[in-house]
Design a protein around this ligand. Structure first.
Ligand SMILES: Cc1cc2nc3c(=O)[nH]c(=O)nc-3n(C[C@H](O)[C@H](O)[C@H](O)COP(=O)(O)O)c2cc1C
Length: 158
């Protein structure tokens, strides 16, 4: 199993780490070579520009042994109601044919936005499980939300 995540302010990362503690597997951080600004307002503009251009920023790390992973947990923030550009790069860069993708999304109130349909377009030959939607870092109920989701999508430990 792989738990891949992109995270700008740390929420998606914390959720990824908690999922890994529950299901095991390898954590893989998705990072663009050219970082987004650490200033919120600038990052928001950069992300808006990337979305308008359908940018596919180059990523720092290549995963050599992608073929060995059948299940990929994939976490990221809702950015402008959509999938952040580095996650789009990740999905287009590898062959997800026949793989299972279990998405988890951190948002600031907008829920999943257009993310489910965008994922379907970006990874058309995979099975995409129902996405876990978490407001910010999920607070005290995060662990329970993850457990319920894992059970629902059939990937929990019995
Ligand atoms: C560039 C940018 C765009 C965002 N757009 C949205 C949005 O459209 N809807 C929403 O609910 N939250 C939006 N947010 C808030 C993030 O989804 C939220 O803060 C999330 O918890 C961040 O996850 P992270 O810590 O893993 O980066 C945006 C944040 C950033 C930085």
């Amino acid at each position: 199993m792989m738990i891949a995540y992109f995270s700008w302010s740390g929420h998606s990362q914390a959720i990824a780490e908690q999922i890994q503690r529950k299901v095991g597997g390898d954590l893989a951080r998705i990072e663009p070579i050219k970082k987004y600004s650490s200033e919120y307002n600038i990052c928001v503009d950069e992300a808006k520009r990337d979305q308008a251009n359908q940018a596919r920023p180059e990523l720092k790390k290549q995963i050599e042994n992608m073929a060995q992973y059948k299940v990929i947990f994939l976490g990221f923030p809702n950015w402008w109601s959509g999938v952040p550009a580095p996650v789009a790069t990740f999905l287009e860069q590898y062959d997800f044919h026949g793989k299972i993708i279990a998405p988890f999304v951190s948002h600031g109130g907008g829920g999943l936005g257009r993310i489910v349909s965008e994922l379907g377009r970006l990874a058309p030959y995979s099975t995409i499980k129902e996405a876990l939607s978490i407001a910010s870092g999920g607070g005290a109920s995060l662990s329970r939300s993850i457990d319920a989701w894992l059970k629902k999508i059939g990937l929990g430990k019995n």
